[in-house]
Design a protein around this ligand. Structure first.
Ligand code: SAH
Ligand code: SF4
Ligand code: F3S
Length: 444
């Protein structure tokens, strides 16, 4: 007699931000509990999950294209379960649209009930009936759902969910609900366990980490959290994102400056350097306020790297407004910038604004901005050559035949090694700069 062991496999497609990447780890955790193993091959999978994003139109188009492409596979393999969740499904009317456009999708769930995915999948398997459950409301915290982490030696930790800011272009508050903060003790415990089990870099996640605790029942803020996490024994790096220019305080900056474990690297989205546009965006700061925060950071943390998000083509952005942004980018010299073309999101305030910008103008502006930032990146990379930096080795790049990792400022560095150094801190001397990446040799 043979014992035939049947294996079941899952594949998860993830779109969007780190929050979603980490939520995919939670979905994987639920699938693991049901004894599914991961595969990267659609054909081998028994369950395929799409964890979607809707921050810009192209993020949605990307997911919609990938879901549509599965139709022939589902036709061939009737038992295949296809599930769609995440921010896209949570938009008004989107679940209905997905149900009608892709009748072969088996499970549709939202962001607020992500932690129920396991139950929905089991229900589908038991009854054979489609499950569509998108519930209006805030994220339901369920501390019993354990993520299956796939990014060793880095670990993501949510400190809060949702957003209360309602920037006028942004869909996030509509698809993620209101801000809720996790209990400090639960976060501290999670980080303690991660460090104990060997994780070397912890990234705290929140749409606006500076408002951590503001709507909670406890009197404990983001600076308190940073300070307490840094007291945890063991060598590890602490990152966090995103900070908000209207909310980052001197107390937070001091906590970053005083603690060795915090990376001296802050993501502080500017969006625009025109105070008129910032007003229309409902960002609640002027460009002068932003510049003051940058000065406060540079004074308290002299070697601090600042990265940012910038958007062009917001309604009513004139050439002068754009030049304000261009010149500020040139002046501040960010250590990295994610640059975006404004995308009109149904349901947001800016959707209905007069003065929408035509595509050709948007394209022209983004190209000029990207060119500028590329030149700044190249200049900054060149300045690295000859320096020796501490790198956390994260992975091996098969194509290049090199190990790679990042320094505390998130600069990607490639180097060679005879043995695997993944999960170790190594001193690397930078020998060559190439665009955003650097190359070096191990040694003091
Ligand atoms: N909560 C974070 C950002 C989340 S979204 C923060 O406030 O910093 C990441 C970035 O996507 C934003 O900073 C913004 O630059 C960009 N973005 C958001 N909505 C957008 C839209 N409708 N069109 C283009 N870019 C957008
Ligand atoms: Fe969107 Fe603004 Fe909230 Fe960031 S702070 S998620 S940009 S509404
Ligand atoms: Fe993130 Fe996209 Fe949702 S950026 S919060 S996955 S809309």
């Amino acid at each position: 007699m043979y014992n035939i062991l049947i294996m079941y496999y899952y594949k998860i497609y993830t779109y969007g931000c780190q929050m979603n990447v980490h939520e995919s780890e939670k979905l994987a955790g639920m699938l693991k509990q049901l004894n599914y193993e991961e595969t990267l091959d659609d054909n081998k999978a028994d369950v395929i999950v799409f964890n979607t994003c809707c921050i810009r139109e192209n993020a949605e188009q990307h997911a919609i294209g990938n879901i549509g492409a599965l139709k022939p596979l589902k036709k061939k393999k009737k038992d295949l379960i296809i599930a769609v969740g995440g921010c896209m499904t949570q938009q008004n009317g989107k679940a209905e649209y997905l149900k009608n456009t892709f009748p072969f999708v088996d499970v549709i769930f939202g962001t607020s009930n992500l932690n129920m995915f396991k139950e929905y999948l089991q229900k589908r398997l038991k009854t054979g009936k489609k499950v569509v459950e998108v519930i209006d409301g805030n994220y339901t915290i369920d501390e019993t759902v354990k993520p299956y982490r796939t990014s060793y030696p880095n670990a993501w930790v949510n400190i809060m969910y949702g957003c209360n800011n309602f920037c006028s272009y942004c869909i996030v508050p509509y698809v993620r609900g209101r801000e809720i903060s996790r209990e400090p003790a639960v976060i501290l415990n999670e980080v303690k366990e991660l460090v104990k089990s060997g994780y070397k870099e912890i990234t705290l996640l929140g749409q606006n980490v500076d408002s951590y605790g503001k709507t909670a029942h406890f009197d404990y803020d983001f600076a308190d959290l940073l300070t307490d996490i840094c007291k945890i024994d063991g060598k590890f790096r602490l990152r966090f994102m995103s900070n908000h220019p209207k909310d980052i305080t001197k107390k937070v900056v001091d906590a970053i400056s005083k603690n060795d474990k915090t990376c001296k690297c802050i993501h502080l989205p500017l969006q625009s350097a025109s105070t008129k546009i910032l007003g229309l965006m409902n960002r609640k700061y002027t460009f002068e306020d932003y510049y003051d925060k940058v000065k406060m950071l540079k004074t308290a943390v002299p070697n601090c790297a600042i990265t940012t998000d910038i958007m062009v083509g917001f309604p009513n952005e004139t050439e002068e407004d754009f030049l304000d942004t261009y010149n500020a980018t040139n002046d501040i010299k960010f250590d990295g910038a994610f640059t975006f073309v404004y995308s009109r999101r149904n349901g947001t305030k800016a959707f209905d604004m007069d003065g929408q910008i035509d595509d050709a103008t948007k394209k022209d502006r983004i190209m000029r901005l990207v060119e500028l930032q590329n030149a700044i990146n190249a200049q900054k990379s060149t300045e690295y050559v000859g320096k020796t930096v501490e790198v956390l080795c994260e992975d091996y790049d098969e194509k290049r035949g090199l190990y790679l990792g990042r320094d505390e400022f998130s600069k990607m560095i490639y180097f060679s090694s005879e043995k695997s150094l993944i999960g170790e801190f190594v001193m690397v001397k930078i020998t060559k700069a190439g665009g955003m990446s650097l190359y070096g040799e191990i040694g003091e």
